[in-house]
Design a protein around this ligand. Structure first.
Ligand SMILES: [Zn+2]
Length: 337
């Protein structure tokens, strides 16, 4: 659990409460965000010494983290700030881990998606292969959930991020490692998604975007306990081979997985209520949801014409956390191409 959390639009102002006058701060952020919100850097500059590190790519690579470790070696920092989407926050976590840095991490997410600010894991690509670091020390000490940064993001980015949060909450609910606590978080996340997801993606409405950021954070708290399951396990190859965004790739695996997993749940009622669907209504409901937020639902239309390579590359550790065992035939049926 993070030590400090600040919620609400405009809560970036609370950042100064975490920092002492004159201290040295390392800021991980992209130039694009700094251009869009110069107020953040301006707010820091008179009070603290800021070292900006902007060289962060989407889906960060191990080599990139190592470059940062080399470039910043010999400099001490009192705080590390990660202000950005999941890639920026994961990059900062990996930097702290590989660079053996103990300075507290302040995570300020700018997308409502991965919930990386609430988890103790980071995804890094080494030689093209996805690696997950999973260590309690990776959890940020402070989180600022200021939805103003999410509001004007491109619609496709918002849609993919929202689907990541939504599917993470569903997968967390039925995960083998789920607990009462993680299920509470996941149901709260799904209740919020039911209210706000479509509006948050399709508009800049401040209230909907604030709720969606909270939902993504709760889904992050849920998977921090339970981890994810088969939809995530199958998705990684879809992202790496077809360039389909993580959240979209996960969603493509969810439609047919849901009815398979639902059958084996002792008490599916709370999940169905939170989603707002009848027991056999999910696939159609979910397809409509994806269409409403502008995401393609057909794998063939996205260029995926064979599921064999995807199934062969399935992440077995995530698959083992699925509530029921899935055969190779089941996995091929989930993708249905
Ligand atoms: Zn995810």
């Amino acid at each position: 659990m993070s030590n400090h959390k600040y919620y609400g639009r405009g809560s970036i102002e609370m950042l100064c409460k975490e920092l002492q006058e004159g201290e040295h701060v390392l800021l991980f952020a992209t130039l694009n965000m700094l251009e869009r919100f110069p107020s953040v850097e301006n707010a820091l500059h008179p009070h603290v010494n800021v070292r900006l590190y902007p060289h962060i790519e989407p889906n960060p690579r191990y080599e990139g983290v190592m470059n940062a470790c080399g470039e910043l070696e010999g400099h001490g920092y009192d705080h590390i700030i990660a202000w950005g989407g999941g890639s920026v926050i994961d990059f900062a976590k990996a930097f702290r881990y590989y660079g053996k840095r103990s300075a507290p991490l302040i995570a300020i997410p700018t997308t409502a998606g991965t919930g990386s600010e609430a988890t103790q894991f980071a995804v890094i690509y080494k030689d093209g292969v996805k690696q997950s670091i999973d260590e309690p020390s990776l959890l940020p000490e402070c989180v600022i959930l200021d939805s103003q940064f999410c509001e004007n993001a491109p619609r496709h980015l918002k849609a993919c991020c929202a689907m990541d949060a939504y599917c993470q909450a569903i997968e967390s609910y039925w995960a083998r490692r789920a607990t009462q606590e993680s299920r509470d978080y996941s149901l709260k996340a799904l209740n919020l998604c039911r209210e706000c997801l479509v509006q948050a993606v399709n508009s800049n409405d401040p209230d909907a975007n604030e709720k969606m950021l909270t939902a993504a954070h709760l889904a992050g708290m849920a998977i921090n306990i339970s981890r994810t399951t088969a939809a995530h396990a199958l998705s990684y190859k879809i992202t790496s081979d077809y360039g389909i965004s993580h959240g979209h790739a996960v969603a493509l695996c969810m439609t047919n997985l849901f009815p398979m997993n639902l059958c084996c749940l002792d008490d599916p009622g709370p999940l169905l209520t939170a989603l707002g669907v009848a027991s056999d209504g999910f696939p159609e409901h979910f397809r409509q949801l994806l269409q409403q937020i502008g995401l393609e639902t057909n794998l063939q239309s996205l260029g995926i014409t064979s599921a064999t390579a995807i199934v062969d590359a399935v992440n077995l550790q995530r698959l083992a956390n699925n509530p029921r065992p899935l055969s190779r035939t089941d996995l091929l049926r989930i993708l249905d191409v």
